[in-house]
Design a protein around this ligand. Structure first.
Ligand SMILES: Cc1ncc(COP(=O)(O)O)c(C=O)c1O
Length: 374
């Protein structure tokens, strides 16, 4: 005899979703109407050159769309290994480095496992760690917003952290760690240390990839979204000890890199002079932006080793952000980070975009600041 299923309300159904998920918020990036200058996501302002686009269109035409890509894009893995002077079996390529961060959560963390996270820090890490119900130790920054390597090393040792996350240069501050500071944390850690080098191309300190030769607990995370200007293609990669790679791939979904993305990355990697030129142009842009901002009355800038810079002004950050948006310029309000209340973050743009931003800023700062009590 058929048993009638009890009617289930949507509220009852939602109870089946893990509390660790329900407590989080969706990742949303504001995109108000009328924005013509988009400087809010640390993207490259430089599109691909026309001749390269044409070449890619020809390459795309050869792509066998009816076939799955390989689980790992082997040609790209080899090309990235060559680019970094490591072996291909040290590399995992992902659908953006964000996607690999989820693999860290799946592979390393059981509920209650200790994790050390410095503040302020790219918010995705905290999200993934909380989804996995890890036990987070949050380490405050030094007064200049730089990561406190002594405190991080102590926290990693005291908590026996399974995972410690470093980002250098850090988003949202733009500040880099020295190789010695990174190694200090690595040596103090019995677990793994992620070194997220999303902005490495702009960093005068260079990469920490050499640490892998002496410390198998180092996980270097890279992206092609920033210096390479391929945020839309979704490509990131991990460089790690081959034995660690062999285990991590067991936690991964196959086919995370599609055939178009692989072709695109290969074509850009074949042009080292193009990458170098683009990085230099963005470095010149950030230098120019920083110097000009420093000369605007009342503006305080935190000099950055990345492709963005944070700054504060006499006006409340939310008011200024709205005024800039009304002028068509989108920047990011950093007020969600308690240490950075009052700060805005602006990405390095083209010369025209920087000028539009600086013009809008001067205009916005001339307007009276509203009385906050009313
Ligand atoms: C520190 C850091 N890591 C990773 C990413 C994202 O990289 P991807 O586009 O490869 O997912 C960002 C993007 O802003 C970032 O700031």
């Amino acid at each position: 005899m058929a048993v009638d299923a009890a009617p289930t309300s949507i509220d009852e159904l939602l109870q089946h979703i893990r509390p660790a998920v329900r407590e989080r918020s969706e990742y949303v990036v504001d995109m108000p109407e009328g924005i013509t200058v988009k400087l809010n996501q640390n993207e490259s302002p430089l599109g691909l050159p026309e001749d390269l686009k044409q070449e890619l269109l020809d390459a795309y035409a050869q792509v066998e769309m009816n076939r799955y890509p390989s689980e790992q894009p082997d040609d790209l893995r080899r090309a990235l290994a060559e680019y970094d002077g490591v072996d291909p079996d040290q590399i995992i390529v992902g659908n953006g480095s964000n996607e690999i961060t989820y693999t860290f959560g799946l592979a390393f963390l059981d509920p209650g496992d200790p994790v050390v996270l410095p503040r302020p820090m790219f918010s995705l890490y905290e999200k993934v760690m909380r989804l996995q119900e890890a036990d987070l130790t949050s380490v405050p920054p030094r007064e200049d917003f730089g990561f406190d390597a002594d405190a991080l090393a102590a926290a990693a040792a005291e908590t026996d952290a399974v995972l410690t996350i470093l980002t250098t240069p850090n988003n949202p501050t733009g500040l880099a760690l020295t190789l010695d500071e990174i190694e200090q944390v690595v040596v103090a850690s019995s677990g793994f240390v992620v070194v997220d080098e999303a902005y490495v191309e702009f960093n005068p300190e260079g990469s920490a990839v050499e640490l892998l030769d002496r410390h198998p607990n180092v996980l270097i995370l890279r992206t092609l979204s920033k210096g390479f200007g391929l945020a839309g293609a979704r490509l990131g990669y991990l460089v790690a000890h081959p034995a660690v790679v062999q285990e991590l791939v067991k936690a991964r979904l196959p086919f995370m890199v599609d055939r178009f993305a692989e072709q695109t990355a290969l074509a850009v990697l074949e042009r080292p002079a193009l990458i170098e030129d683009r990085v230099q142009r963005i470095q010149a842009s950030i230098t120019n932006l920083t110097e000009t901002l420093q000369n605007v009355n009342g503006v305080k800038v935190v000099p950055s080793q990345a492709n963005f810079v944070i700054f504060t002004t006499p006006a409340p950050a939310d008011v200024l952000q709205d005024r800039l948006a009304n002028c068509g310029v989108l920047v990011r309000n950093m007020g969600g980070y308690p240490e950075l209340e009052g700060y805005l973050r602006v990405s390095a743009g083209t010369e025209a975009e920087n000028n539009a931003f600086l013009g809008a800023l001067e205009k916005s700062l001339c307007e009276d600041v509203p009385d906050l009590d009313t």
